[in-house]
Write a protein that binds this ligand. Sequence first.
Ligand code: HEM
Length: 408
Amino acid sequence: MTIPFGENCQMQCVNQSPTDPTFVQNPYPFYDSIRALGDLVFWNDYDMVCATSYDAVNAILRDRRLGREIPAGMQQPIPERLAPFYAIEAHSMLELDPPRHTRLRSLVLRAFTSRRIKELAPEIETLCHELIDKFPGGEVDLLTAYAQKLPVIIIARLLGVPEKMSDQLLTWSNAMVTMYQARRTRTDEDAAAKASTEFSDFMRGYIAQRRKAPADDLITHLIAAEEDGEKLSTDELITTCILLLNAGHEATVHTIGNGIKILLEHRIPIVTLSPDSIDTTIEEILRFDPPLHVFTRIAHEDMDLFGHTVKRGQSIACLLACANHDPVAYNHPNSFHPNRSIKANTSFGGGLHFCVGAPLARLELRFALSTLFSRCPNLRLIGSPQYANLYHFHGLETLRVEIDPSTN
Ligand code: HEM
């Protein structure tokens, strides 16, 4: 890795290929080196300003002078072949600023209540047991047999989408999220556009069905909110359901995977922890090895930020995982301390777009980890699990473990 001074750069420029396997497996040394250069650096390979420190990432996520929408007059034309993908994005709260963001988010929050999430606890625990019951004896890939199954089934149930669709939802979702990764190819883009069309056609049909036969599920609640005159259009409804299905499992799958890996590598017996310590351990997992490393914001005006001039329309990447390892915010940030006292980390973002699903994700993590380790206390890693080369996502390719059949 080289970190030259950029002659034309008003801030320090850094070079690091986001697809370099060494970086993908362990991006934290790079993060340490760029954070030492300043709150903001210019990452040449990304062609983007990046916020590196805990303070800078938190401040930018909360700064209302920056947002998600490209300022008027600066939008680039969208290629026709990608239109189906961007047609969905156009209504996604994740991509919008107030006032549309506020309206969409508050409608979702009304339907996605904390009471409804808490009520899911017994269901989540039962599902964890059912998945473990199905483990073959001996060796198992916990990513596919466990970490992937739990969040997708739960979010499908919550929305009211048939559970037998789970595998199909995973396939569509995986194809769509390749659009956000550093090494996307033309084939990825075509697959994302195809998945977008199919997913949206499915949701359109399914929503029509739900209008005729309401049930006690999130889709019905969202439809009701629309019909109460709050104007959630059918296209907004489709996008919101797709967003919840995609966001509702991808990151949780990988936090469960990364968490199991960390606990096994550090030999932490989570079953002996009190409920409070489990929460602390989960926050430390989220801080130490989060599944999503980058979210961007766009400057809506010229501004001074951390001693640098940022121009209207310029994007800034908030390096969440880099902020989480800032020694100014955490003592010995590169060490995993399951009992570290809780201090808000950036893994769920911050400000207006703070993760809607954080309470659900935390509940799933709590049951996924405690049930697994109490049912299978003698789990042993097979080999060293590798992260998929999909930066800025940070999740494992597989998580192969050996289970002592006598304890399963
Ligand atoms: C460990 C698991 C999860 C992580 C690490 C995570 C992370 C994040 C982050 C960092 C953001 C903010 C993006 C930004 O600032 O631009 C976000 C937003 C969001 N997340 Fe999550 N998420 C997780 C689970 C979930 C779940 C389970 C759901 C839904 C059930 C969900 C739904 C959403 C939605 C809808 C947004 C957009 C919020 C907005 O734009 O206002 N997430 N998530």
